[in-house]
Write a protein that binds this ligand. Sequence first.
Ligand code: ZN
Length: 254
Amino acid sequence: MAGKQEGGIIMNSKRRKERAAKGKAGMEKDIRAVVVLSGGQDSATCLALAVRKHGAERVAAITFRYGQRHALETKYAKGLARRFGVAEHKIVSLDFYGQLTTNALMSKTAKIVKKKGARCPNTVVEGRNAFFLLAAGVWAKSLGATDLYTGVSEADFSGYPDCREVFIRAQQKMMRLALDWPIKIVTPFIHMSKADEWALADRLGILDVIENETLTCYNGIPGKGCGKCPSCKLRNRGLAEYLSTSGRKPSARA
Ligand code: ZN
């Protein structure tokens, strides 16, 4: 669908080239928002919202490498940043993570499970959003941006403690004090179900992009994924619910 939405939030190759030429001409950047972009459904939809609100030329994206088992995530994040034509995309390495903790998402061999009665699956990366948001906030300040977008949700999530609104509020307060900068953490999906998130993607005209050009699966399989891991189950259940209530058909690419 590249190029079909000339005036929309998706950027075609002609607009990308024009943007690059302008950049080379030395136009000063005026970045307003930084998006934490993992390459998955939530962060991709977040990116689309930020681009719609601020314009691609005022949006920057940041992706973290922290020893996650699927390096493919970074590739998908890069593809999305290009697709939406954001002004800057930075990939930052948090290599130290593996020295502090381990979990099924960072281990090459551990099986992904959610034990009976456990709050969340063994994929939880302790403190991940706290590190990500602080690092992204430091970069945002250096760019002069105040809005920091993250796709966390406590409505339809895996039980991760740092996806809760109470955490986000505290993190924002901490970052304003730490950075002396009026950071605003924007969490459009904090109370949104996955089905509603799919509906939003459709309204934004990016259902096809989210279905096919994102990677959410814990087993590293893009698009629809393995269908078995907790992340795929959430994503696919939400999509099925949206498609059945809206009468939409899954995209031909899926
Ligand atoms: Zn999966």
